[in-house]
Design a protein around this ligand. Structure first.
Ligand code: CMP
Length: 143
């Protein structure tokens, strides 16, 4: 079954949005299989955002994601990668649709509350970067 990696960023944690955000994915019907509340090392932040290394905002991106604890998660479900991206909304919260997480809760592209993998292959890379195999729980909801 398809998996995706999501991380509630330091702004989402500091604004008390963790419960609301997790609830959206639970009520949608996706299955939580990994969850960690953690500080992010500079090394992990730079690896995670490696694709943006040459962008002018790379240093501020790394500084921000390491500035306070994040909630790292793995979610499971059919089509979860694309569906979670839709639920999260466009990168810039100013143009994200209302009803999406960024559209409802954010105004800043640099503080856009949550990260979600953009493709199945990216999700595999990000999950293995953030989680050990034994930190993922293989379970099926019974309802
Ligand atoms: P995220 O989905 O975590 O992936 C890359 C991040 O880079 C993105 O969310 C934004 O937070 C950030 N980002 C993208 N474009 C800009 C920008 N122009 N200025 C600052 N941050 C940006």
């Amino acid at each position: 079954m398809e998996l995706t990696f999501l991380a509630i960023k330091p702004d989402g944690v500091q604004r008390g949005l963790v419960g609301k955000i997790i609830q959206r994915f639970e009520t949608k019907g996706f299955t939580l299989v990994g969850l960690k509340f953690m500080d992010v090392s500079k090394k992990l932040a730079e690896s995670h955002y490696d694709i943006h290394r040459e962008r002018p905002f790379f240093a501020s991106l790394v500084e921000f994601i390491t500035s306070g604890p994040v909630v790292a998660m793995v979610w499971k479900g059919d089509g979860v990668v694309a569906s979670a991206r839709k639920m999260i909304g466009a990168t810039n919260p100013l143009i994200s649709e209302p009803g999406t997480i960024r559209g409802d809760f954010g105004v800043s592209i640099g503080r856009n509350i949550i990260h979600g993998s953009d493709a199945i292959e990216t999700a595999q890379r990000e999950i293995s970067l953030w989680f050990k195999d034994e930190e993922l729980v293989d379970w099926q909801p019974q309802i």
